[in-house]
Design a protein around this ligand. Structure first.
Ligand code: 13P
Length: 252
Protein backbone atom coordinates (compact mmCIF):
# COMPACT_ATOMS: atom_id res chain seq x y z
CA UNK A 1 0.00 0.00 0.00
CA UNK A 2 1.47 3.33 -0.91
CA UNK A 3 0.93 6.28 1.38
CA UNK A 4 0.02 9.64 -0.10
CA UNK A 5 2.75 12.19 0.54
CA UNK A 6 1.84 14.94 2.99
CA UNK A 7 3.63 18.30 3.23
CA UNK A 8 2.63 20.55 6.11
CA UNK A 9 3.90 24.06 6.79
CA UNK A 10 4.12 25.21 10.41
CA UNK A 11 4.21 29.00 10.34
CA UNK A 12 4.85 29.17 14.10
CA UNK A 13 4.49 32.75 15.44
CA UNK A 14 4.84 34.35 12.01
CA UNK A 15 2.35 36.07 9.72
CA UNK A 16 -0.55 38.11 11.02
CA UNK A 17 -3.83 38.04 9.10
CA UNK A 18 -2.80 40.25 6.15
CA UNK A 19 0.57 38.56 5.55
CA UNK A 20 -0.96 35.13 6.06
CA UNK A 21 -3.66 35.91 3.52
CA UNK A 22 -1.05 37.02 0.99
CA UNK A 23 0.98 33.81 1.38
CA UNK A 24 -2.16 31.68 1.24
CA UNK A 25 -3.18 33.39 -1.99
CA UNK A 26 0.09 32.44 -3.68
CA UNK A 27 -0.23 28.85 -2.43
CA UNK A 28 -3.81 28.69 -3.65
CA UNK A 29 -2.80 29.79 -7.15
CA UNK A 30 0.03 27.27 -7.29
CA UNK A 31 -1.65 24.30 -5.66
CA UNK A 32 -5.34 24.33 -6.60
CA UNK A 33 -6.13 21.19 -8.51
CA UNK A 34 -2.79 19.45 -7.89
CA UNK A 35 -3.88 16.04 -6.82
CA UNK A 36 -0.86 13.99 -5.88
CA UNK A 37 0.29 15.48 -2.56
CA UNK A 38 -1.72 16.39 0.55
CA UNK A 39 -0.78 19.90 1.67
CA UNK A 40 -1.62 21.77 4.87
CA UNK A 41 -0.53 25.05 6.43
CA UNK A 42 -0.66 25.94 10.11
CA UNK A 43 -0.94 29.70 10.64
CA UNK A 44 -1.09 31.32 14.08
CA UNK A 45 -4.62 31.20 15.58
CA UNK A 46 -5.40 34.83 14.77
CA UNK A 47 -4.70 34.29 11.08
CA UNK A 48 -6.69 31.05 10.79
CA UNK A 49 -9.96 32.66 9.60
CA UNK A 50 -8.26 34.60 6.79
CA UNK A 51 -6.33 31.53 5.62
CA UNK A 52 -9.37 29.25 5.81
CA UNK A 53 -11.36 31.73 3.70
CA UNK A 54 -8.55 32.14 1.17
CA UNK A 55 -7.86 28.40 0.77
CA UNK A 56 -11.50 27.38 0.38
CA UNK A 57 -11.88 25.05 -2.62
CA UNK A 58 -8.09 24.94 -3.14
CA UNK A 59 -7.60 21.48 -1.68
CA UNK A 60 -4.98 22.89 0.73
CA UNK A 61 -5.94 22.15 4.33
CA UNK A 62 -5.59 24.43 7.30
CA UNK A 63 -4.02 23.14 10.51
CA UNK A 64 -3.75 24.67 13.97
CA UNK A 65 -0.48 24.67 15.89
CA UNK A 66 -1.98 23.78 19.26
CA UNK A 67 -5.27 23.44 21.14
CA UNK A 68 -6.53 23.24 24.71
CA UNK A 69 -7.81 19.85 25.88
CA UNK A 70 -11.13 21.13 27.21
CA UNK A 71 -14.01 22.17 24.96
CA UNK A 72 -14.66 25.45 26.79
CA UNK A 73 -14.33 27.01 30.21
CA UNK A 74 -12.29 29.35 32.36
CA UNK A 75 -8.95 28.90 30.55
CA UNK A 76 -7.76 32.41 29.82
CA UNK A 77 -5.83 32.71 26.60
CA UNK A 78 -6.63 29.22 25.31
CA UNK A 79 -8.42 27.93 22.19
CA UNK A 80 -10.38 24.67 22.06
CA UNK A 81 -10.53 22.03 19.38
CA UNK A 82 -14.24 22.67 19.00
CA UNK A 83 -13.54 26.35 18.18
CA UNK A 84 -10.92 25.33 15.65
CA UNK A 85 -13.27 22.90 13.98
CA UNK A 86 -15.94 25.61 13.77
CA UNK A 87 -13.36 27.91 12.18
CA UNK A 88 -12.70 25.39 9.39
CA UNK A 89 -9.49 23.80 10.67
CA UNK A 90 -8.83 20.18 9.60
CA UNK A 91 -5.55 19.18 11.32
CA UNK A 92 -3.93 20.15 14.61
CA UNK A 93 -0.26 19.86 15.53
CA UNK A 94 0.16 18.36 18.99
CA UNK A 95 3.31 17.96 21.05
CA UNK A 96 5.61 20.15 18.98
CA UNK A 97 9.00 20.30 20.69
CA UNK A 98 8.65 24.07 21.17
CA UNK A 99 5.42 23.44 23.10
CA UNK A 100 7.12 20.70 25.10
CA UNK A 101 10.25 22.75 25.86
CA UNK A 102 8.80 26.24 26.32
CA UNK A 103 5.16 25.84 27.36
CA UNK A 104 5.08 22.82 29.62
CA UNK A 105 3.42 20.35 27.28
CA UNK A 106 4.38 17.13 29.06
CA UNK A 107 3.67 13.64 27.69
CA UNK A 108 0.47 13.65 29.78
CA UNK A 109 -0.65 16.97 28.29
CA UNK A 110 0.12 15.71 24.79
CA UNK A 111 -2.06 12.67 25.41
CA UNK A 112 -4.97 14.85 26.57
CA UNK A 113 -4.59 17.05 23.51
CA UNK A 114 -4.60 14.07 21.14
CA UNK A 115 -7.89 12.92 22.66
CA UNK A 116 -9.24 16.47 22.44
CA UNK A 117 -8.53 16.39 18.69
CA UNK A 118 -10.62 13.23 18.34
CA UNK A 119 -13.48 14.73 20.37
CA UNK A 120 -13.49 17.82 18.15
CA UNK A 121 -13.12 15.93 14.87
CA UNK A 122 -9.63 17.29 14.15
CA UNK A 123 -6.86 15.14 12.68
CA UNK A 124 -3.84 15.23 15.02
CA UNK A 125 -0.29 15.66 13.77
CA UNK A 126 1.66 14.27 16.72
CA UNK A 127 5.28 15.37 17.03
CA UNK A 128 8.02 13.30 18.65
CA UNK A 129 11.77 13.72 18.70
CA UNK A 130 14.85 13.69 20.88
CA UNK A 131 17.18 16.50 21.94
CA UNK A 132 20.87 16.56 21.03
CA UNK A 133 21.83 15.44 24.56
CA UNK A 134 19.43 12.53 24.34
CA UNK A 135 20.83 11.50 20.94
CA UNK A 136 24.43 11.79 22.06
CA UNK A 137 23.79 9.72 25.16
CA UNK A 138 22.19 6.96 23.09
CA UNK A 139 18.66 7.55 24.32
CA UNK A 140 17.03 8.80 21.11
CA UNK A 141 15.02 5.64 20.45
CA UNK A 142 13.89 5.26 24.04
CA UNK A 143 12.71 8.88 24.15
CA UNK A 144 10.72 8.54 20.94
CA UNK A 145 9.18 5.25 22.09
CA UNK A 146 8.19 6.87 25.40
CA UNK A 147 6.62 9.83 23.60
CA UNK A 148 4.71 7.49 21.26
CA UNK A 149 3.42 5.38 24.13
CA UNK A 150 2.18 8.46 25.98
CA UNK A 151 0.56 10.11 22.99
CA UNK A 152 -0.98 7.07 21.30
CA UNK A 153 -1.16 4.42 24.00
CA UNK A 154 -4.88 4.70 24.67
CA UNK A 155 -6.03 5.02 21.06
CA UNK A 156 -7.64 2.06 19.30
CA UNK A 157 -6.25 0.60 16.10
CA UNK A 158 -9.21 2.08 14.24
CA UNK A 159 -8.40 5.57 15.47
CA UNK A 160 -4.71 5.48 14.57
CA UNK A 161 -4.99 5.96 10.81
CA UNK A 162 -6.47 9.42 11.55
CA UNK A 163 -3.19 10.34 13.22
CA UNK A 164 -0.18 11.69 11.34
CA UNK A 165 3.15 11.33 13.13
CA UNK A 166 6.00 13.79 12.75
CA UNK A 167 9.54 12.88 13.74
CA UNK A 168 11.26 16.17 14.52
CA UNK A 169 14.67 15.75 16.14
CA UNK A 170 15.00 18.86 18.32
CA UNK A 171 18.61 19.39 17.23
CA UNK A 172 17.49 19.75 13.62
CA UNK A 173 14.74 22.32 14.18
CA UNK A 174 15.63 25.82 13.03
CA UNK A 175 19.33 24.99 13.11
CA UNK A 176 20.02 24.27 9.45
CA UNK A 177 21.35 20.93 10.66
CA UNK A 178 19.02 18.45 8.96
CA UNK A 179 19.08 14.80 9.90
CA UNK A 180 20.64 12.89 7.02
CA UNK A 181 18.17 10.83 4.99
CA UNK A 182 19.70 7.69 6.57
CA UNK A 183 19.42 9.05 10.13
CA UNK A 184 15.82 10.11 9.57
CA UNK A 185 14.91 6.82 7.87
CA UNK A 186 16.36 4.86 10.77
CA UNK A 187 14.09 6.58 13.30
CA UNK A 188 11.06 6.44 10.98
CA UNK A 189 11.59 2.68 10.65
CA UNK A 190 11.80 2.43 14.45
CA UNK A 191 8.51 4.31 14.76
CA UNK A 192 6.84 2.01 12.24
CA UNK A 193 8.26 -0.98 14.11
CA UNK A 194 6.81 0.39 17.35
CA UNK A 195 3.40 0.53 15.65
CA UNK A 196 3.84 -2.97 14.18
CA UNK A 197 4.63 -4.42 17.61
CA UNK A 198 1.29 -3.18 18.97
CA UNK A 199 -1.29 -2.96 16.21
CA UNK A 200 -2.57 -4.95 13.24
CA UNK A 201 -0.60 -4.51 10.00
CA UNK A 202 -2.97 -1.95 8.47
CA UNK A 203 -1.86 0.55 11.14
CA UNK A 204 1.91 0.66 10.47
CA UNK A 205 1.28 0.28 6.75
CA UNK A 206 -1.21 3.11 6.51
CA UNK A 207 0.05 5.71 8.97
CA UNK A 208 2.03 8.59 7.61
CA UNK A 209 5.23 9.64 9.34
CA UNK A 210 6.55 13.09 8.40
CA UNK A 211 10.08 14.30 8.97
CA UNK A 212 10.66 17.80 10.33
CA UNK A 213 13.80 19.81 11.02
CA UNK A 214 15.46 22.19 8.54
CA UNK A 215 13.69 20.72 5.50
CA UNK A 216 14.38 22.82 2.40
CA UNK A 217 13.83 22.53 -1.33
CA UNK A 218 17.43 21.36 -1.67
CA UNK A 219 17.27 18.46 0.82
CA UNK A 220 13.61 17.44 0.51
CA UNK A 221 13.99 14.94 -2.33
CA UNK A 222 16.68 12.95 -0.49
CA UNK A 223 14.57 12.72 2.65
CA UNK A 224 11.32 11.97 0.83
CA UNK A 225 12.88 9.16 -1.18
CA UNK A 226 13.32 7.10 1.99
CA UNK A 227 10.81 4.27 2.30
CA UNK A 228 9.43 5.28 5.69
CA UNK A 229 9.41 9.07 5.20
CA UNK A 230 5.96 10.03 3.95
CA UNK A 231 6.24 13.78 3.95
CA UNK A 232 7.59 16.79 5.79
CA UNK A 233 6.63 19.19 8.56
CA UNK A 234 8.30 22.40 7.45
CA UNK A 235 9.06 25.46 9.59
CA UNK A 236 11.23 28.26 8.20
CA UNK A 237 10.97 27.21 4.56
CA UNK A 238 7.16 27.26 4.80
CA UNK A 239 7.22 31.06 5.22
CA UNK A 240 8.46 31.70 1.68
CA UNK A 241 6.14 30.50 -1.05
CA UNK A 242 8.84 29.44 -3.53
CA UNK A 243 10.68 27.44 -0.87
CA UNK A 244 7.53 25.70 0.31
CA UNK A 245 6.37 24.98 -3.23
CA UNK A 246 9.76 23.47 -4.05
CA UNK A 247 9.27 21.02 -1.17
CA UNK A 248 5.76 20.15 -2.38
CA UNK A 249 7.21 19.61 -5.86
CA UNK A 250 9.84 17.26 -4.44
CA UNK A 251 7.06 15.13 -2.93
CA UNK A 252 5.30 14.54 -6.27
P1 13P B 1 12.41 24.27 10.67
O1 13P B 1 11.95 23.72 9.34
O2 13P B 1 12.46 25.77 10.70
O3 13P B 1 13.64 23.60 11.16
O4 13P B 1 11.23 23.88 11.72
C1 13P B 1 10.76 22.58 11.77
C2 13P B 1 9.58 22.55 12.63
O5 13P B 1 9.66 22.73 13.84
C3 13P B 1 8.27 22.30 12.01
O6 13P B 1 7.29 22.06 12.96
Amino acid sequence: MSRRPFIAGNWKMHKGPAEADALAEVLKRALTGQGSVDVAVAPPFLSVPAVVARLKHSGVHVAAQNLHWEQQGAFTGEISGEMLRQAGVTYCIVGHSERRALFGDTDAVVEKKVHACFRAGLLPIVCVGETLDERESGQAEAVVRRQLAAALGKLTADQLPSVTLAYEPVWAIGTGRTASPAQAQEMHATIREWLAERYPPFVPRGMRILYGGSVKGSNAAGLLSQPDIDGALVGGAALVSEDFLAIVAAAR
